[in-house]
Design a protein around this ligand. Structure first.
Ligand code: TYM
Length: 330
């Protein structure tokens, strides 16, 4: 039986946070042997907000190394850079013609980013979810493992696939979001109801995968909590609940196990334990990433093999799309 297809991506738009790791990359590693996987570095998405060109270039390679350091096997999965496959931009153009301005402007992330980058509300920002739909639909994807913040975008991809199929005949597989229960939304350490983000201005809000041990422990020590000194998961305790989620994700334990472990302990001890477990998990990943970055030739070889695989799969779908919509071909 043919393997089902998984597609996902991360933008090389900043240092990755533990949110990106727990919500996305870590789950890809678990799924990679079961599925046929396409994992991209979404550089085309990244330029919808202003990027420093030299930094974007550097981060692209760093992200490739990080995927592999986290456990993605570049020989099993198609690991590639989005802009290396022109079909992504080409399918976006076709999908633009069946996407309503109304539905694109209702996307929560578009509204949030427009407010945040009020001086640069560009067309790309609005088209971001359509490009994402093109990414997903090109590979006849079954499942899209992402964090909770991307659910709405995957739903738009489904809507567009169904709309296209209804109008032009069966062409795209209709994808499903794959959002795991624990860790799908890691929050800021400074504002416990806000998503932890690569681009937060407060340096203590996010823990980056590149942070050293002392920095990680310091950031957790400063994490905002509450004053009742009881370590349990509860809606009215967003700070502690967020830390507990992080602890479970990194320790590999359940919520009741974590709550039992810290029964009767103080917040200080708890925060230190969270920082330590995160630092312990990240240390070997950082070391592996350093080693991989020392051999740029090998890294770019992985990316070109990945692009070759992606190119073939993407072309097949795009040719079908062009035929269906009536583009003349010999
Ligand atoms: P990006 O780079 O913003 O996020 C990458 C992945 O990390 C997840 N994530 C989180 N998960 C839990 N807690 C958080 N605080 C947190 N912050 C981020 C995101 O949900 C995402 O899974 N647009 C995508 C990139 C993309 C993509 C695609 C994904 C481009 N094309 C096609 C899937 C399919 C994004 O959000 O990147």
């Amino acid at each position: 039986m043919e393997k089902k297809v998984i597609y996902s991506a991360v933008q090389p738009s900043g240092n990755l946070t533990i949110g990106n790791y727990v919500g996305a990359v870590r789950n890809w590693v678990r799924l990679q042997s079961e599925y046929e996987c396409f994992f991209a570095i979404a550089d085309m998405h990244a330029i919808t907000v202003r990027q420093e060109p030299a930094e974007l270039r550097r981060r692209t390679l760093e992200l490739a190394a990080l995927y592999i350091a986290c456990g993605i096997n570049p020989e099993e999965c198609a690991l590639y850079v989005q802009s290396h496959i022109p079909a992504h931009a080409e399918l976006t153009w076709v999908l633009n013609s069946i996407t309503y301005v109304g539905e694109a402007s209702r996307m929560t992330q578009f509204k949030d980013k427009s407010a945040k980058h009020a001086e640069n509300v560009n067309m790309g920002l609005m088209d971001y979810p359509v490009l994402m739909a093109a990414d997903i639909l090109l590979y006849q994807t079954d499942c899209v493992p992402v964090g909770a913040d991307q659910k709405q975008h995957v739903e738009l991809s489904r809507d567009l696939a169904i709309r296209f199929n209804n109008r032009y005949g069966e062409t795209f597989k209709v994808p499903e979001p794959l959002i795991q229960k624990g860790g799908a939304r890691i929050c800021s350490l400074q504002e416990s109801t806000k998503k932890m983000s690569k681009s937060d201005e407060n340096p203590n809000a996010a823990v980056f995968l590149s942070d050293d041990r002392d920095t990680i422990i310091r950031k957790f020590k400063r994490a905002v909590t509450d004053s009742d000194n009881c370590i349990r998961f509860a809606e009215e305790k967003p700070g502690i609940s967020n830390l507990l989620q992080i602890y479970c994700a990194f320790k590999g334990c359940t919520m009741p196990e974590a709550e039992r472990e810290f029964e009767g302990k103080g917040y200080g001890d708890f925060k230190l334990a969270v920082g330590e477990v995160v630092a312990d998990v990240l240390a070997p990943v950082q070391e592996k990433q350093r080693q991989l970055l020392a051999d740029k030739k090998q890294l770019s070889e992985y990316l070109s093999v990945g692009a070759e695989r992606a190119f073939k799969a993407a072309r097949k779908t795009l040719s079908k799309v062009y035929r269906k919509i009536g583009f003349w071909r010999e």
